[in-house]
Design a protein around this ligand. Structure first.
Ligand SMILES: C[C@H](O)[C@H](O)[C@H]1CNC2=NC(N)=NC(=O)C2=N1
Length: 94
């Protein structure tokens, strides 16, 4: 899958409030905060199942109640529609 063009990235980001584009244009990121670790980890478990279903996997970190997610397509060395699809599905969970 080809990386999105700058115009396509801008359009996709406009529909994903809360996500920010990395300076190099190759990834998007969002932080999620929950009540506690249990809620944060429950969210991660749901995202993990989504990622398996889509065969597309996040780069992420968890500290207590916070989950920081970065999406990029390693195979394409850039941002693709697969990242946008996963971000959209993650937002529906959160
Ligand atoms: C073989 C397998 O389908 C690929 O390696 C998939 C798996 N998950 C992936 N996840 C992400 N984020 N980028 C990829 O390029 C990618 N490739």
């Amino acid at each position: 899958m080809n990386p999105l063009t700058a115009d396509e990235r801008a359009a996709a980001l406009a529909a994903l409030p809360g996500w920010t584009l990395r300076d190099d244009g190759k990834a998007i990121s969002r932080s999620f905060a929950f009540a506690d670790f249990r809620a944060a980890f429950g969210f991660m478990a749901q995202v993990a199942l989504l990622a398996e279903k889509q065969d597309h996997h996040p780069e992420w970190a968890n500290v207590y109640n916070r989950v920081d997610i970065t999406l990029t397509t390693h195979d394409a060395n850039g941002l693709t529609q697969r990242d946008i699809r996963l971000a959209t599905a993650i937002d529906r969970l959160a």
